[in-house]
Ligand binder design. Structure first.
Ligand code: IPE
Ligand code: IPE
Ligand code: MG
Length: 232
């Protein structure tokens, strides 16, 4: 395939509906979704993608019942081991989001995984945890305001490039494609700055049913698009 996107964002949506269809608890769907997350990393690598960012938990997902949140945290804890194994396969892991509210053991593990995989060059996996695009931009604004107040920069120094350096994606290639399964057609606060010129593919499949064929379909769809970036 030609014209492969370098960086794909995945909104892993539809786990709850997938479980409901099977009369199972929502967390059963999250477990299945996590298995697909792992497989998708390999499919992306096989297809020549350089970086994939996965929306795993949003700043708004705290609104869910505590039982579901607990289930997601337990799943995350179990998955960290798998994520660590990926770090051994020359994959760099970047966590996007404010991990402060997570339990200390999860925070420590996430920081360690990021540190130890820092120099891996084979592939980049982004995992958005307690991530919100608005919170990310707000955080960049706050950090730049501190620099201004300390006299390190002046307001005129603040360019799009400089803001980009203060986002979680600063060391990733530009976002080319966002894939959202589950039938919803919205960003739900995912990479809103980075998606300014990304292509979108919305699909009806629920995330736990997402296959390599679906990924190939989305990439073909992307490859057929004419990206003009405001030009002609
Ligand atoms: C996405 O699946 C996973 C998370 C938000 C953690 P959902 O849990 O949103 O599944 P639906 O949308 O209710 O089917
Ligand atoms: C977006 O899905 C967040 C993740 C996939 C982690 P949601 O299910 O939370 O989004 P909404 O509520 O349908 O917009
Ligand atoms: Mg959802």
């Amino acid at each position: 395939m030609e014209n492969i996107p370098q960086h794909i964002g995945f909104i892993m949506d539809g786990n709850g509906r997938w479980a409901k269809k099977r009369a199972m608890p929502r967390n059963f769907g999250h477990n299945q979704g996590a298995a697909v997350f792992k497989k998708t990393i390999n499919w992306c690598r096989e297809l020549g993608v350089k970086c994939a960012t996965f929306y795993a938990f949003s700043t708004e997902n705290w609104r869910r019942p505590s039982e579901e949140i607990k289930g997601i945290m337990d799943l995350l804890r179990r998955y960290l081991k798998d994520i660590r194994a990926s770090a051994d396969e020359n994959i760099r892991i970047i966590i996007l989001g404010d991990i402060e509210p997570f339990d200390k053991d999860i925070q420590d593990e996430l920081i360690d995984i990021m540190q130890t995989s820092k120099n891996n060059t084979g592939f980049i996996v982004g995992i958005a945890l307690n991530y919100g695009g608005r919170a990310e931009i707000c955080n960049a604004a706050r950090l730049l305001a501190v620099k201004c107040s300390q006299g390190e920069i002046i307001p005129d120094d603040i360019t799009e490039e400089l803001i980009g350096e203060y986002l979680y994606t600063s060391e990733m290639p530009p976002l080319d494609l966002v894939i959202r399964p589950s039938g919803e057609q919205r960003l739900s606060n995912f990479l809103i700055w980075q998606a300014a010129y990304a292509e979108f593919v919305f699909m009806d499949v629920l995330w736990p049913d997402f296959t390599k064929k679906d990924l190939e379909y989305a990439i073909r769809e992307y490859a057929a698009r004419n990206r003009r970036f405001g030009g002609i």
